[in-house]
Design a protein around this ligand. Structure first.
Ligand code: SDX
Length: 429
């Protein structure tokens, strides 16, 4: 029997259908609430609001479960790799050999960017935020493929497969160009014989006459880092991509907006903030206990901890933590920040303040350790998150674009400003 919810306002009752998701999540379908009752819902931050139905990712925050298209993140981390998981997230099924080869070829053969974009990048001040540059460059990229970024939805869908492969491939090239530009080094062009993460490290760290050699498994660690970030339900940046896509905007513009949302320190900027926090703790000689006290009395936030959805350990954090430990050991580096991070984690997991609020490490807590070990500068960490999240953003744009019932996102508000008042000439104010 279909479940119903009843809302009673004064002496009038209204019945609404209850939607039940694949994993038994429940939602009250209030799409006719304002028409029926003259009331809207109020849910600052949308913590209790479902903005869409989606088939891409499922998270159970209480149980610490994350699945992409029904596959657990643990299984994907063990058996899959970034480009295969990207295909799965975008198209809904694991690729066959032929599908994977075609997808990989399209990505490999479109890693270069137009030379005029190289000049465009030179226009930014050297110390520009990499996320500001990346967002601008991704929108600019769309101007070189007007047929894919037409804002004519049917046409943009016609070119979707190429646009998706181009963005996955070129976001990595643009990221490396940002780093090379920032450090005053010549751009290193991509190589067709390298897989995704290896090509990225090549473009980042090769010299004109000496190719980068990965001697410590960083390529695999980076590939796993990208895969763990590939999609994560309706997080702030993905919801931004959907918001922009809902207006009919093309994939490049929607993704560029998503990059700006990810930039925030409460979201993707947290991986940078975690390392800054660990460096500060290390610099002051604190063993972490003073910082924990500051976090408990609101003077600081334990960056990399807490999550709007996970009220249990973020399953990605467990995997990233293990990879970070492995890389540091394999490279024989003694990273004091890793020790501080582990002390902080243990202290927080045993402290009532964090336990009561169900604050656990999230994906950003350990990821900086891997990126530091790879030689990625801290101000590029969130760019790395953006590279990983690209397939999720693309998949969410496609889900909106393919849905004929999709409507422009236009939330309501509760107005708390002035009542009607007459204009006052300046000499009477
Ligand atoms: C990502 O949404 C996603 O899926 C995001 C992401 C993805 O893959 O896309 O998973 C990636 O963005 C991970 C989150 C990275 N951000 C951080 O690590 C920044 C630190 N975390 C916090 O800012 C916070 O936990 C948020 C922003 C992540 C979640 O914030 P909420 O859900 O709005 O929770 P809240 O701020 O209302 O906090 C509830 C309580 C408050 O205390 P009280 O008012 O009850 O006394 O918990 C406290 C907060 O002060 N709290 C923290 C804390 N996080 C929450 N206290 C200290 N340190 C923290 N990190």
């Amino acid at each position: 029997m279909d479940k119903k919810a009843t809302i009673t306002i004064e002496d009038q009752s209204y019945e609404y259908p209850v939607m039940v998701g694949t994993e038994n999540e429940h939602a009250i379908d209030l799409r006719s609430l304002r028409k029926d009752t003259g009331h809207i819902t109020f849910d600052e931050g949308y913590g209790n609001t479902g903005s869409c139905e989606s088939e891409i990712t499922f998270i159970d925050g209480e149980k610490g479960i994350l699945r992409n298209r029904g596959y657990s993140i643990e299984e994907l981390a063990e058996h899959s790799f970034f480009i295969e998981t990207a295909y799965l997230i975008i198209y809904g099924e694991l690729p066959t050999n032929d599908e994977l080869s075609a997808f990989r070829l399209n990505i490999a053969h479109n890693a270069n960017v137009h030379t005029r974009l190289e000049n465009f990048m030179l226009g930014f001040p050297r110390r520009s935020s990499p996320m500001a540059v990346l967002s601008s460059m991704l929108n600019a990229l769309g101007t070189y493929y007007p047929q894919m970024a037409s804002n004519n939805r049917q046409q943009d869908l016609e070119y979707f497969d190429d646009a998706a492969a181009f963005l996955i491939s070129k976001v990595r090239t643009l990221a490396a160009m940002i780093y090379r530009n920032q450090t005053g080094q010549p751009y290193i062009y991509p190589r067709n014989d390298l897989h995704y993460a290896g090509n990225f490290l090549h473009m980042m760290f090769s010299e004109p006459y000496h190719d980068y050699e990965d001697r410590s498994g960083l390529t695999n660690a980076l590939d796993l880092f990208f895969m763990l970030h590939a999609d994560h339900e309706q997080n702030c940046s993905t919801s931004t991509v959907r918001m922009v896509a809902s207006s009919g905007a093309n994939l490049f513009a929607s993704i560029s907006a998503g990059v700006c949302a990810l930039w925030g320190p409460l979201h993707g900027g947290a991986n940078t903030a975690v390392v800054r926090m660990l460096e500060e703790i290390y610099r002051t000689g604190d063993d972490g206990s003073k910082f924990i006290e500051n976090a408990k009395n609101g003077k600081a936030k334990l960056m990399g901890f807490g999550h709007r959805v996970y009220k249990n350990y973020d399953p990605r954090a467990k995997i990233v933590g293990r990879v970070a430990e492995g890389i540091v050991q394999k490279m024989g580096i003694k990273d004091p920040l890793l020790d501080i991070a582990k002390n902080l984690e243990q202290a927080a997991l045993n402290d009532d303040y964090f336990v009561e609020r169900k604050l656990y490490p999230n994906v950003d807590f350990y990821s900086g350790i891997i990126l530091k070990a790879a030689g990625i500068p801290v101000d590029m960490f969130t760019v790395m998150f953006a590279i990983g999240r690209m397939p999720g953003w693309i998949a969410n744009w496609r889900e909106i674009a393919l849905n004929p019932a999709s409507r422009i996102h236009r939330p309501r508000q509760i107005y708390t400003g002035s009542h009607l008042r007459p204009y006052v000439p300046i000499d009477q104010r």
